[in-house]
Design a binder for this molecule. Structure first.
Ligand code: A2P
Length: 323
């Protein structure tokens, strides 16, 4: 197993470049998987309240920390402000609930999960129009939410703050109003959705990028089906160039997909609940794609968004969509 590699954030803190993603893993799966991920050597764990697994992760972290198997400073934990909590009165409360569930005194990184706000009904469920689409509040004041998050850094509850799923226009606007610059932008990023303009801008102003769905998140198909959306998702493992490089370097297609991202200085958070694949996804530092091979993979960009929020039916009516 290779030694830990980091990205240095704009506040001087270090984030392990390969993290462990936990989206679409149930509480039960995650209890096994996070324990296994820590055993395999992952020290960066990415979660969110909407993944419904913070409590299970918290239990495992507690076990590892209290038994002295890891120190708090050895792990980097990210969680997120969920779409219904993009409201000034909810930011601190929501973070504190995450901290309680994770059984931590602080998180290393707190992201605004989406640039859109989902409105809840009296029962605390997503408010919906008659056709089933969700009610989205387009008036979210990102600058005001950000100020709240800055306050939580000052209180010691968060080490670094960032954003997720924001588009270029939204980031530039936020940059005009922030005191603490976003440390990280987390976005969908893989060979078929590269967003070079967005990434170049972030790099130019010192915002680190974390790539979610680096392997193509096949599980999104099931989420889409639940809301009646039938859509064929691309299979990134089956792309000829990816297979060719995998064969050349005696690596798996997944390792080539991850190596291509990491070699560009971007962090990845692949999700797997299988111990062998978890190990594989971390073992990507003993080979190097040549500049020509990187370029060949760059050329595959097709602007194909897998996480298009179809499972949040109605979000496309937001005036700033797509994110
Ligand atoms: P599994 O959990 O059974 O390993 P993403 O990180 O892009 O969301 O992709 C996660 C999906 O990719 C999951 O379905 C996961 O399945 C699968 N996966 C993760 N790592 C690998 C790997 N090394 N090889 C093949 N499939 C993988």
């Amino acid at each position: 197993m290779s030694e830990e590699k980091y990205l240095q954030l704009n506040n001087g803190l270090k984030m392990p470049i390969v993290g462990y993603g936990t989206w679409m893993a149930s509480e039960e799966e995650i209890t096994f998987a996070v324990n296994e991920a820590l055993k395999v050597g992952y020290r960066h764990i990415d979660t969110a309240p909407v993944y419904l697994n913070e409590k299970a992760i918290g239990n495992i972290l507690k076990e590892w920390l209290s038994e002295g198997k890891i120190n708090r400073s050895d792990i980097f934990v990210t969680t997120k402000l969920p779409p219904p909590a993009d409201r000034l009165d909810l930011v601190e409360l929501t973070l504190r609930k995450s901290l309680e569930d994770l059984q931590l005194d602080y998180v290393d990184l707190y992201l605004i999960h989406t640039p859109f706000t989902v409105v809840l009904d009296e029962k605390g469920e997503f408010k919906r129009y008659e056709d089933g689409s969700i009610v989205v509040d387009p008036r979210t004041d990102h600058a005001a939410i950000w100020k709240e998050m800055e306050g939580l850094v000052a209180k010691g509850l968060i080490k670094s703050i960032g954003i997720s799923n924001f588009n270029l226009k939204q980031i530039k606007k936020l940059m005009e109003h922030c005191t603490i610059q976003p440390a990280v932008l987390q976005i969908e990023h893989h060979i078929y959705l590269q967003q070079p303009e967005l990434i170049d801008y972030c790099k130019s102003v010192g915002i680190a990028i974390t790539a979610y769905s680096p392997l193509g998140s096949k599980g999104v198909g099931a989420l889409n089906k639940m809301v009646g959306v039938e859509r064929e998702l691309p299979d990134l493992f089956d792309v000829p160039e990816v297979k060719k490089f995998a064969e050349k370097y005696n690596k798996s297609p997944a390792q080539v997909l991850l190596r291509w991202i990491v070699q560009k200085g971007i962090s990845v958070i692949p999700k797997s609940t299988n111990a062998k694949r978890m190990r594989e996804n971390k073992d990507i530092f003993d080979f190097e794609l040549s500049p020509k091979e990187i370029e060949q993979l760059n050329k595959l960009d097709a602007n194909v968004r897998i996480v298009d929020f179809a499972f949040f039916k109605g979000v496309d009516k937001h005036p700033e969509f797509p994110f």
